[in-house]
Design a protein around this ligand. Sequence first.
Ligand SMILES: O=C(O)C1=C[C@@H](OP(=O)(O)O)[C@@H](O)[C@H](O)C1
Ligand SMILES: C=C(OP(=O)(O)O)C(=O)O
Length: 426
Amino acid sequence: MQVLSLKGFKQCAGTVDLPGSKSIANRALLMAALCTQGQVTELTHMLRSDDTARMLEALRALGVEITEIDRETLHVKGNGGVWSQHPQELYLGNAGTAMRPLTAVLAATLSEPVRLTGDARMQERPIGDLVSALQSGGAQIRYEQQAGFPPLTIEASLLGGTVQVNGSASSQYISALLMALPLCQQDSTLELVGEVVSWPYIELTLAMLASFGIDIQVHGRQSFSIKGGQLYRSPGRYWIEGDASAASYWLAAGVLGGGPLRINGIGKSSIQGDIEFIDFLQQMGAKVTLHDESAVVEGGSLQGIDADFNAIPDAAMTFAPLALFAQGRTCIRNVANWRIKETDRLHAMATELRKTGATVEEGDDYLVIDPPQHLQHAQIATYDDHRMAMCFSLLAFTETGVSIEDPDCCAKTYPEYFTVLQQLCR
Ligand SMILES: O=C(O)C1=C[C@@H](OP(=O)(O)O)[C@@H](O)[C@H](O)C1
Ligand SMILES: C=C(OP(=O)(O)O)C(=O)O
């Protein structure tokens, strides 16, 4: 196993261009594929990573024509929801943004059965609440191994109607249904039950659906009215914003390394909820300015923070290593679904933080972190979780440094991360 040791960084300054957002990229690929037959969408600033590779492979296997103009520019030809090829199986790795939307969209559009599977961790990540909702709308879906988890086989189509979905484990189930129900014959009402998590990702889905010509009536956080028989319409060209979750690592590095660091690709009109990371970072004492198309960070001295991070579960992880550099205690609250992501992130984070000498309380849905007097060097296990690797790289801003196991796991969303880190920071 590769282990990357980093230490003694004091500065982080210059300019960094963010890669495209994973959440936007995988939605844009799918929505572009569903556009009216023959319409071509130019997707620019495409993220090239493991998660988008899984979506691209799946769409190509289903017969979607995708032409690479250059690495970040793709032309996707719409098929009007009619797939020209019928693979028996699609392998989706550990990409939640492929597994959940494709389960719903294929349930709405498929003419022949297809099996959806993923890697070992994906087979432990629940999908039962989405499948139950699809089944109540007429879809026939069979679990291949363990009920409630991939792999699964979709056998007959989603019709629409009144569908209830429990959104307390993942907002991706709701986003998936919002993408699929407009394709059904019948009109639908989608009713939300349970305490819905990660709400801004639902707003992201709605914003993108509107850009692709889909009309949905939103009734607060309770329900949605969705006309059936809608067509996705190409916006012509669609630019994929920089990844706001990935921006959190650069914002943090810019604080620890004094900046000024300009981060290009996110801005005031971002449609990603993780942009709120900046507000929390400012509350901790960071000097950050958000401009129209970039953010600039110029250091700051950090106080601990105690906040509810349910709206930004991915970027929230970055506050855990930052807590080690802050004065006082940090509490990361209301993140129960960290346990069902790339790894059990509450347990993994607590375990690895303790290796640095920090005192950490791991609750059912929270972490309380007290930084140590003196940080110890730690070899950090990353659990095949890109965010564990990227978060803990911030400990390079200490004299003792850090060793990161399997840094290449960052390829899920940001393959170039460690190369860029070593260029920007010294
Ligand atoms: O819809 C999306 O693009 C995502 C939603 C979030 O998941 P949950 O809704 O499961 O929290 C987030 O953690 C994930 O990385 C991407
Ligand atoms: C939870 C994540 O990914 P996924 O889209 O697979 O859920 C993540 O990127 O942090």
